[in-house]
Design a protein around this ligand. Structure first.
Ligand SMILES: C[S@@+](CC[C@H](N)C(=O)[O-])C[C@H]1O[C@@H](n2cnc3c(N)ncnc32)[C@H](O)[C@@H]1O
Length: 267
């Protein structure tokens, strides 16, 4: 197996030293972008590969194991290829070995938290961010998971993000991902419930599913400033009207469906 560690030029020597302490001498270094460095360490024994990965993760490093050859490697390469939206946005895992596009349009994601951009419920909101973010917006990301929606909003020109989730793991992942993309100054991530977030926002996104949307409905509506908009997702096509009813007096602007998933935009 191969252990892949996503790092930077500044931290490269330290990562190589840690890998060598595990008895792995020869490593390959890949540079998929100007900023990103990947250390690839070949480890024969699967248990040793997992032990090394766990040890590095415990130190806060983005380490993963990947197949070293064959159809499993082909599948890995396919699954880690960047998700691109024209030339405006690219989302990919930090450990992806594929070359990145322009850094100013790229969002990298590390370990933890739901959301790598590929799930239709996430993608439907990303598509709304692409057409609706004009620049300078204050964004509230409810149910942030990995932080993917908020971080992409920033890449598209939004100014700041408040990201909330009920899971502490998701908040940690969002903070790590904000730092990974140099956005830590513009992201506030917290487990505080929505009811305790007092500000108003130009953009509110919530990919949390029908039950949470119904529960959070009045608070979601109150967080949208006049002229702002709310995008909700994680619902099935037949649930759209019910959810839109719970979000009154906001008015439905658009409804989009991908397979069995739908998203509704309201203002
Ligand atoms: C489907 S994931 C969405 C992750 C990411 N925003 C995306 O679009 O890919 C839903 C997230 O919402 C969180 N969540 C569920 N109910 C919530 C609530 N009432 N308040 C805040 N977060 C909630 C879950 O913990 C989970 O991380």
């Amino acid at each position: 197996m191969i252990v892949v560690i996503a790092t930077t030029e500044d931290e490269l020597a330290g990562v190589r030293a840690r890998v060598s302490e595990h008895g792995i001498g020869a490593v390959q270094v890949v540079a998929p972008s100007d900023a990103r460095r990947l250390v690839l360490a070949a480890v024969d024994d699967e248990r040793e590969a997992h032990a090394l990965t766990s040890a590095l993760r415990a130190e806060g490093k983005a380490a993963v194991t990947r197949p070293d050859a064959g159809v499993r490697l082909d599948a890995w390469m396919r699954d880690t290829s960047p998700l691109t939206f024209g030339d405006r946005l690219e989302v990919c895992f930090a450990w992806s070995e594929h070359d990145r596009g322009d850094a100013s349009s790229s969002v990298e994601l590390g370990l933890g938290g739901f959301g790598d951009g590929r799930h239709p419920s996430t993608r439907l909101i990303l598509e709304q961010l692409l057409v609706r973010i004009k620049g300078g917006e204050r964004v509230l990301d409810v149910g942030c998971g990995s932080g993917v929606l908020g971080l992409c909003a920033l890449r598209l020109g939004a100014s700041t993000v408040v990201a909330i989730d009920t899971k502490p793991d998701a908040i940690e992942a969002t903070r790590r991902n904000a730092a990974l993309n140099g956005m830590e100054q513009r992201v506030e991530a917290t487990v505080a419930p929505l009811a305790e977030i007092e500000d108003g926002f130009d953009v509110v996104v919530a990919n949390v599913g029908r039950a949470a949307l119904v529960e959070l409905g009045p608070d979601l509506v109150q967080r949208v400033v006049p002229g702002g908009w709310l995008a909700v997702s994680g619902i099935s096509p037949p649930q759209c009207s019910l959810v839109a009813d719970f979000l009154r007096p906001l008015v439905e602007l658009e409804r989009r469906t991908s397979g069995e998933w739908s998203a509704v935009v309201l203002a």
